[in-house]
Design a protein around this ligand. Structure first.
Ligand SMILES: NC(=O)c1ccc[n+]([C@@H]2O[C@H](COP(=O)([O-])OP(=O)(O)OC[C@H]3O[C@@H](n4cnc5c(N)ncnc54)[C@H](O)[C@@H]3O)[C@@H](O)[C@H]2O)c1
Length: 248
């Protein structure tokens, strides 16, 4: 039980990696607040966690709306009285297109969710963690936070910015007992990938040296470790979880 007595927020918790993180946090003893836009899927994950003996609630949240992020933290404090951990995971990836063909609307939506949403969440999470005496934040970047992925300019730009935001906050709060790290998955089997690359499973599987696509639970285990006291000396880091993708 790595997270016993901790209270954690997970954004984008209805599907994919966020869902796996919420379930793994709860399995490790955390009381979990699931944030996302769609109530039905969030309710299902809360029910799953409770059926396994865990404790969770959901708060309907669009991370691109600052007032929603403020309300998410307020609702967490109202219900559980504190905040110790946050996994800022919500993110989108639009259909790949070269930069000149990419629409202004898709660019703005990607920036609003992937980058602005992470900042809004941290802006409200950090004071609550300071009040609790410290905390741990794990931000979801990507291999696209370190290298170029042609066709994905908005995604790559925001995922690089996620790393910049992470390392800046890590230094700002290092002496105030809040650790801030970023995680960088390569291709993981989630709706985000199956929607955008439906005909590319062979390529995705072979593009990672380990020879297969990753599973959301494999990312969740790293996120849980970084969120826990076992990672007490880890801050300001970017942790690849990519089957060797970045090692080539
Ligand atoms: N799947 C991969 O291969 C992969 C690789 C690298 C990084 N990532 C990153 O991991 C994170 C999760 O990706 P995933 O593959 O699980 O995606 P997914 O599409 O399967 O799930 C994304 C989750 O975020 C939520 N979300 C989207 N916009 C939101 C908003 N405005 N407010 C609140 N919630 C919102 C969705 O509802 C969903 O629950 C993303 O940040 C993504 O960039 C994924």
């Amino acid at each position: 039980m790595l997270l016993e007595n901790k209270v954690a927020i997970v954004t984008g918790a209805s599907l994919g990696i966020g869902r796996a993180v919420a379930i793994d946090y709860a399995a490790n003893g955390a009381r979990v607040v699931l944030a996302g836009r769609k109530e039905g899927p969030l309710q299902e994950v809360v029910a799953l966690i409770k059926a396994a003996g865990g404790d969770a609630i959901y708060v309907r949240t669009d991370v691109s709306v600052p007032a929603d992020c403020k309300h998410l933290v307020e609702a967490t404090l109202d219900h559980y009285g504190r905040l110790d951990i946050a996994c800022n995971n919500a993110g989108i990836l639009k259909q790949p297109l070269d930069t000149d063909l990419f629409s202004i609307e898709d660019w703005q939506e990607t920036v609003n969710i992937n980058l602005n949403g992470m900042f809004y969440c941290m802006k409200y999470e950090i004071p609550a963690m300071l009040a609790a005496g410290g905390g741990a934040i794990v931000n979801m970047s990507s291999v696209g936070g370190k290298i170029a992925l042609p066709g994905l300019a908005a995604y790559v730009a925001t995922k690089h910015a996620n790393v910049g935001l992470t390392i800046t906050a890590a230094l700002e709060y290092a002496e105030r007992n809040i650790r801030v790290n970023a995680v960088g998955p390569a291709y993981i089997e989630t709706p985000l990938v199956s929607t955008n690359f439906p005909d590319m499973w062979d390529i995705l599987n072979s593009s990672q040296p380990i020879g297969r696509i990753g599973q959301p639970e494999e990312v969740a285990h790293l996120v849980t470790f970084l969120s826990s006291h076992k990672a007490s000396f880890a801050t300001g880091g970017y942790y690849p979880i990519d089957g060797g993708f970045m090692a080539r």
